[in-house]
Design a protein around this ligand. Sequence first.
Ligand code: CP
Ligand code: NVA
Length: 309
Amino acid sequence: MIRHFLRDDDLTPAEQREVLELAAVLKRDRFSARPLEGPRSVAVIFDKTSTRTRVSFHVGISELGGSPLIISTASSQLGGKETASDTARVLERQVAAIVWRTYAQSGLEEMAHGALVPVVNALSDDFHPCQLLADLLTVNEHLGDPAGRTLVFLGDGESNMGHSYLLACATAGMHVRIAAPVGYQPRADVVADAERIAAETGGSVVVGDDIDALVAGADVVVTDTWVSMGREDEKQRRIDALSAYRVTEETMAEAAEGAIFLHCLPADRGYEVDAAVIDGPQSVIWDEAENRLHAQKALLVWLLAKAAA
Ligand code: CP
Ligand code: NVA
């Protein structure tokens, strides 16, 4: 059965746990799974720029025995001359999976509709689910099982990261808090989906603008750029609206003792986070960046096994 990973809640709580356990195994024994041996190819398509996603998928697909086919949209027919659906019809006869970083979530849905191979969201305007697998793996490494832990996200809550923290952390049974000003709070339908999942997993969801109350006692403090890709025209308005949400040493002092700091990167030091925090002792951003590799390898192994079943 073909399964896709377009949003964080495309994995059930049990499935998310399975993928994360596999990621830990693949981190310990890096070359133990080679389902792409042959080699089979995986297409990795970028409509937006990338460092971590590009490198981790390229290296990960190679380590699984496969051949990564990294495609920049500007040098392909996708976008301008050819639909996502027609592109999928061409690729699915030649590759084992399609990974796509794009703008509209609807493009990914179109790509996945009826596709004969798994389609993976490598970041859209709405979600960044591969990043959240890496983040949860990192939380597990530093704090143990994420279930029952509290994570607070400060900043642009209507971004792909804000939305993915809601869905993925609720799936993991975490208490997720989004601290964002009115106008930058997450989409109501995503909050509702996260609340529904949290009710099943024992987690909880809070969205608000009372920064002190939301940060108090959090085990994990996270933020993201205030100016996501595609939002560059709104830069000054966003800086003005979000400046109170910067993660500072004072913010970290309000969190739980032993709290960790995460950031998906790239970061704008002095804007969403102070250098003293992101480069400080509570920051685990380099583990988080490395874990993109292990988490995505596990995801691909899992999706390919489902496709072969
Ligand atoms: N975090 C992340 O997705 O980084 P890149 O934009 O460099 O891929
Ligand atoms: N929210 C950011 C994430 C970058 C990995 C963006 O979309 O640009």
